[in-house]
Ligand binder design. Structure first.
Ligand code: SF4
Ligand code: SF4
Length: 369
């Protein structure tokens, strides 16, 4: 309830914008998070990712990113999220985090964790980093198969243990990113145990097959959860996730309704009834400086190296695209789904009254659900 009150502004603005498209421009929520993809290079080769399959492009210099972060702060952004590829491969990323916190922005990271050691954790803490999300979808050999990193599990396990200790001693808020896909329908227990032993909550990601990072054939044919054949297994996974949350409140970062959304999503990734609110709050910038908006599927709307950020954000083409994102005139992806459902008023009400299963669309008893 406390969380809902804190986000009431975004919830109400989004609801009004969704209900009355003619007032969308004045009602839409404002940006707050700059997401910088510092590099498209990666030291993992995850089965569902496109980035490592492609030739990595150019990267911007740290001085350019400093300017962009400053411009974002002056435009009203309050936090900066470093991601990639693997952001820890970018030389100067810790200094960029320190720079960000020094000018009043809150820095955060999403990483595969393979490069996190004691020194890295120390740099996170000294740099005023708020949160670090580590990708973990399974443990042991299955982790190494999915992330395609032979011998990699002990490294990520060590990273999680170090972050768990840091969580107690410092303000750092580490968490695990668990991707729901066919390969992980039965791997949650191991992740839950490791996360629990170290006091890290788990955030859910759902496999994506349309954004520029994940639009590979295998994500449609091999890793996608079949909405009829695998549906019962998916519901069981969501039940397991919901019980983990009940047993240890705070152990899963997922609004109740997110579990129902996850099940429906694999049958219809657009889920048009739920606006893409997260695309209005965050702004991705590609490693080459392309301003992508809050969506990784619609391409770039300007080059940050040659135009000021404010100019690009005020451009007619950008504003048109932003509107399309909110109303989901898109192929649909899962990016920000948990944020979307936890800020969508009808979902919150339905969840409070009837529970998460109420959000599962096309859920027939023939599936034994
Ligand atoms: S999903 Fe992330 S960790 Fe995996 S290869 Fe892609 S960028 Fe690297
Ligand atoms: S749901 Fe649609 S608009 Fe939102 S991020 Fe995904 S593809 Fe983009």
């Amino acid at each position: 309830m406390k969380k809902i009150i804190g986000h009431l502004g975004t919830i109400l603005r989004s609801y009004i914008a969704a209900k009355a498209p003619s007032v969308y421009s004045s009602a839409k929520p404002a940006f707050d998070t700059l997401v910088i993809m510092v590099t498209s290079r990666c030291n993992a080769r995850c089965v569902m990712c496109k980035l490592w399959r492609e030739h990595a492009g150019s990267e911007l210099r740290p001085e350019t990113w400093e300017r962009v972060i400053r411009e974002a702060r002056d435009t009203g952004f309050t936090s900066v999220h470093f991601t990639g590829g693997e952001p820890l491969l970018y030389k100067g990323v810790y200094e960029l985090a320190s720079y960000s916190s020094g000018i009043g922005m809150t820095p955060a990271f999403t990483t595969n964790g393979l490069l996190i050691d004691e020194r890295a954790v120390d740099k996170f803490i000294k740099g005023g980093v708020y949160s670090v999300g580590v990708s973990l979808d399974a443990v042991g050999e299955e982790y190494e198969r999915i992330r395609n990193v032979p011998g990699g599990f002990p490294h990520v396990k060590n990273a999680i243990e170090l972050l768990g200790k840091a969580r107690k001693a410092a303000k750092l808020k580490p968490y695990i990113n668990f991707t729901v896909m066919k390969d992980t329908l039965s791997t949650f227990t191991g992740v839950r145990d490791l996360a629990g032993e170290n006091g890290l909550p788990i955030a859910l990601c759902l496999l994506d097959r349309s954004s520029s990072i994940f639009d590979i054939e295998e994500n449609k044919s091999v890793h996608w959860i079949d909405s009829s054949g695998d549906k019962a297994a998916l519901v069981r996974l969501m039940e397991e996730i919901r019980s983990a949350e009940k047993e240890r409140p705070g152990s899963v970062i997922l609004a109740g309704s997110g579990a129902g959304y996850a099940v429906s999503y694999f049958g219809d990734p657009v889920q048009k009834g739920v606006p893409c609110i997260s695309s209005q709050k965050r702004l991705y910038i590609s490693p080459e400086g392309g301003v992508l908006g809050g969506c990784l599927s619609m391409g770039s709307f300007g080059d940050i190296t040659s135009r000021p950020l404010r100019d690009i954000l005020d451009d007619k083409e950008f504003l048109k695209a932003e509107r399309k994102m909110f109303f989901k005139e898109c192929a649909g992806c899962s990016c920000g789904f948990s944020f979307n459902v936890s800020h969508h008023l009808p979902y919150l009400i339905k969840d409070a009254l009837f529970g998460w299963r109420e959000h599962i669309s096309g859920c027939g008893s023939e599936n034994g659900i």
